[in-house]
Design a protein around this ligand. Sequence first.
Ligand code: HEC
Length: 441
Amino acid sequence: MTNNNQGIFLVIALMLYVNISFAQKVSEINFYDNIAPIIYKNCTPCHQPNKSAPFSLIKYEDVVKRAKFIGRVTQSRYMPPFPADRKFQSYLNERGLTVGEITTIKLWIEGGMLEGSEKPVVDSGRSSVPQSNVGSLQSSVFSLQEKVPDLVLKINKPYQILGENIEDFRFFSLPSNTKKDEYIEAIGFTAGNKKLVHHSRLMVDTTNNIREIDGLSETDLKVYEFQKTTLKDEFLYGWVPGNDKISFPKGTGIKLNANSDFILNMHYAPSPVIETDQSEILLFFAKQKVEREVKNFTLRENDISNKPFLIKSGEKPTFYIAKKIEKSISLISVLPHAHLIGKTFRAFVVTPDGEVVNLVKIDNWDFNWQMTYQFKKLLKIPAGSTFIVEASYDNSAENPENPNIPPKDIGYGWGTKDEMLNLVLYYLDYKEGDERIEQSH
Ligand code: HEC
């Protein structure tokens, strides 16, 4: 091939690769036609006012102002955040850009960030955001929270976050005061202080015996007493920035016994000044009869085959769980959980026929981005299958996430500087045809 031919060949290959039509040259990549659809779908759900991200990515100017940074975080795949390996399993709530989308952003920035022209504004009445060339996509992004919850439970009174530049881990008790049993059809969380609420974990207690945990710091000795309580749900829901509400399949729900208490474990980021937070739990109850109860079970520290669950200072152990189930189930979601020194997490199932069903694989465990992974379709796990979990930890001094320098032995505990190994599984008892049920938000 001559040089010239080679050049043309390269440009055509690139155009095909990044999915740009022949009608539109690389030099014509512009915001409204090419970039806005990518941003609205993948970034704006979090990067808009009153959502988790610290700045908005809506208008042309918003994106141009941070273009270099955006190029960098998309190429490194730091944004949009999604810790699980999407080649291992795919999820209803997965995020990620294609190589084509990343390249389109890169070429747009290199080409001088053309604005292009916006198509006529359609006022949907929903938001102040201009309705541009992305139509229905955009309305789907901005309609996520339209449904009104049946019960909103707030932290009792505004909590004063310590202004001492230290991380603050707190428990709160939020009695539901419900008079009858309900079924939770969907559940969500709204951070009161968007800047400082780092993440939260929600538990359900039916004993009503640990209400005094309200407002206690994780390091309070009483917490060690309370953690002996057997909870109905140890991890009903986990919120990290960008985690929207979770909905269960139609006609199913999690049973919430009358008068249950929610126990909220909050992590606040360090702040130099005193600030307040009054976060909320959003509960959506089933209105129709719930035919099937969403159940959960947790594979945990007690189930490991290489006991004890103790991570000696300086060591980098891997713990293994192999647990067989006797009845067929339909898996809705998985939620892997570990604390600061977690490194990798992998879970899969081996069926009696020797088939492998992948659940979740995280190669770079990140304490800050823990989320529920909901499968696109219900996942049938036949009776006699074995769940396998492998989780590794790094308690060496080289681990920048290590909370103790020099390292100390770390064992099980609710505190963030203790460790845990959980895989929380939401499921239904299997019914013929479940594997064809598509889940939705
Ligand atoms: C799930 C919610 C979420 C999504 C989706 C998301 N972001 Fe973010 N983004 C955040 C949060 C929260 C932060 C601040 C915390 C951080 O930097 O880790 C952030 C920070 C950033 C930063 C600053 C990074 C830094 O180091 O300070 C950039 C740039 C950014 N996002 C761009 C994007 C782009 C571009 C997309 C889409 C391709 C995107 N984000 C999608 C939540 C999100």
